[in-house]
Design a protein around this ligand. Sequence first.
Ligand code: XIL
Length: 371
Amino acid sequence: MRFGPRTWSVASTLAIVVLAAGGWVPAALPTALPTALPTALSIRPGADHASARVRDLAARRGLRLGTAVDDGALRNEADYRRALARQFNMVEPENVMKWAIIHPGPDRYDFTAADRLVAFARRHRMTLRGHNLAWNMQNPDWLEHGHFSRDQAISILRDHIHTVVGRYRGKIAQWDVVNEALDAAGRYTDNPWLRAIGPDYIAMAFRFAHEADPRADLYYNDYDLTYPGPKADHILGLVAGLKRAGVPIDGLGVQFHVFPGTVSVSGVGEQMRRVRRLGLDYAITEFDVALRLPPTPAELRQQADITSGLLRTCLGARNCRTFNLWGFTDRHSWIPQFFPGFGAATPTDGQLRPKPAWVAVVDALELESRA
Ligand code: XIL
């Protein structure tokens, strides 16, 4: 969510040779692409891209290709629902499983929107990622300003996690259990849990989640891991310590809200290997590439190169099987609101037409073979 002033360049050199929109809005395709692109495009002979479903390509590669889902769009936009079901084999709620929405009063849960996404995912045979169970943001006032004793806070955290994870036991395959517990400098983030319980809340949250669904994969999720630095070191130290202590943690979720120039793809490959040596999965959980508005064709190209480089790196790593976009269309993306002047961060435009980054996704899925 916050970005360091880093200047690593992206190492991807893969040329776009395939256009494989796979059913977005084929007839409207070329108008969405920058003028420089069509010259680089050629459909490989014999490839039947029009009928390919991208989620099937992903599944064949053993990849969970997912996206955060906007609840309003899920309710109101048929084209959004169609594209979602057709292109992705995994979904994650962008907001509706956060505390403020799902647990609005001390004794009140509201599962309406969360249930809607779970039902959609099951109808379309999609994997679910749950997000999230302990964070410093989007908490209800009663929690944020509650001034609880340590025991009270532990019991609130336990009840919440048992209730929410328990409700979706066997239905949610991956949970972001703790989100952003460290700040940019690598210190513990202030939140109701840290204040009342202390850093032990992290291990507790994982244990509670494991009690509620022993088969769900449990992740620690954070930002600022896309380049080397104190925060990345602290996070790796944190998850290594949890694992060593026997806490039921299965993986590290890495957010990847990036700007061009803030991610080193080769550094990410090395980080995946480090995480693997700890015995943990590496999930790309919130991928988007924010561009200055309006983006130039060269910037859209850069976005595609980052996407391609990262996805190929993931496909080449044995412990990376989750690639989740933080929104799949510029129609619904958090970037313009949170980073004024930036946007165009997802792989399709506001009409769901593929941008070069989407072509890069399909391309990487088709061309790369798992190492
Ligand atoms: C963002 C959502 O996209 C917005 O709609 C919401 O207003 C704020 O939160 N890291 C996370 C996500 O873990 O939950 C955040 O999602 C983006 C940053």
